[in-house]
Design a protein around this ligand. Sequence first.
Ligand SMILES: CC1=C(CCC(=O)O)c2cc3nc(cc4[nH]c(cc5[nH]c(cc1n2)c(C)c5CCC(=O)O)c(CCC(=O)O)c4C)C(CCC(=O)O)=C3C
Ligand SMILES: [Fe+2]
Length: 324
Amino acid sequence: MSVSDHAPIGVLVMSYGTPESLEGVEAYYTHIRRGHPPTEEQLEDLTSRYRAIVGGVFPLRENTNRQVEALQRRLDELGGQGRYVCYQGLKHASPFIEDGIAAMARDGIERAVGIVLTPQYSSMSVGGYLKRAREAAERHEIAFAGVESYHLHPVLIDALAQRVNAGLVKAGVSADEGLVLFSAHSLPARILEMNDPYQDQLLETSKAVAEAAGISRWQFTWQSAGQTGQPWLGPDILETLNGLAKENVNFVLVTPVGFVSDHLEVLYDIDIEAKRHASELGLALDRIQMLNDDPKYMQALADSVIGTVGGFDAKTDTAGKSQP
Ligand SMILES: CC1=C(CCC(=O)O)c2cc3nc(cc4[nH]c(cc5[nH]c(cc1n2)c(C)c5CCC(=O)O)c(CCC(=O)O)c4C)C(CCC(=O)O)=C3C
Ligand SMILES: [Fe+2]
């Protein structure tokens, strides 16, 4: 490859994306549904969930912006000014993944690393982001290498463990009194037949955090499953809470390990829906503070990006390979 080793490296920081306004929910939802507009009822259901959490700005947009800025600062500190240049690329909203790569091409970037703001790999989540980024990079003749996962990065585990301990302290519960309930976004159950590493990586993250936090009582559960007519991974968090109430657990600290920001699936699905359900069961439910732009999370991201520089040759790139 004829690329100078000192040329700036583009870093495509990818996240799910969120609407810019309540009027933008329909277009966003249509994009998620691969071009099929939602029914009026579906649209009203999603809009009302956003109304419940949005105070003027959509939290995920602000948080993603802050994460990208904070990662840029961390990379400047580690790599020197100008070595890494971050661009944002969203899956379902503007600036889209393809917009981020096009911006790199306009700036003369010749090599790019892509990283997604979720720690665990699934072919249906991170795999989809990286595929779109790689295809756009190929069109612009940018060499591309993707970070597939960082779910056991020691600094990430440390940051999550700290938040678990802080959550227990805040509730006045000792490490062996309350139950820590790790959670992540469900996916269609057919991923299990595809040997997808998603579930294993989520359990690995959960176990490592429990160990680092000194927790003995923990479980993992799914949340935010879609309604598509096909089975999704379970048990769902509401079902899990039913079981815990029967086992006389009285405090649950929800620890979403597949999400890194405050957004709809946390602020609505956990803070409103799961909390209401728990209170009906006589169960106290709290949640850890999300990572957002936590310096330790930024360190884990920066380290993962820097560790991937070198895997550039498109032929030896990790395309399509599933992570152990
Ligand atoms: C694995 C995964 C993550 C975690 C990894 C990652 O971060 O990528 C994630 C995150 C998020 N999902 C989000 C929002 C939504 N996801 C939906 C629908 C879906 N999610 C799916 C999967 C995931 N989603 C899937 C398989 C669908 C079915 C449609 C499809 O096959 O694509 C729908 C449609 C309506 C509904 O089902 O509720 C919405 C509104 C928001 C943004 C919230 C905000 O705006 O604050 C975030 C961070
Ligand atoms: Fe989603």
